[in-house]
Design a protein around this ligand. Sequence first.
Ligand SMILES: [Zn+2]
Length: 96
Amino acid sequence: MKRLTFYRSNGIKEGHWSPSKKQELVDRLAGYEDTGLTPPEIMELKERDTAKAPVDIDEEFDMYVCPSCDMAIGTIGDKKNHHFCLNCGQRIRLEE
Ligand SMILES: [Zn+2]
């Protein structure tokens, strides 16, 4: 998605928006407001939905854990079956 806004650089505004571009900005903001979520909440969901590799913790016990919450989520031989952590919802990167 193309970014429409820019942060000020040394206090100087870098963007210039025509009236039609300003309407595009308002429409984009409305889309975010329609989610009912704050930017930190959206970032949290984005992070949770980004696949992370599970962590092998113990070959002896044949277990691996969620990289986000450290809860055991399966056995090592079982890795291909878990797409998400059942505890926190973290997307898990499956082995090929
Ligand atoms: Zn988890």
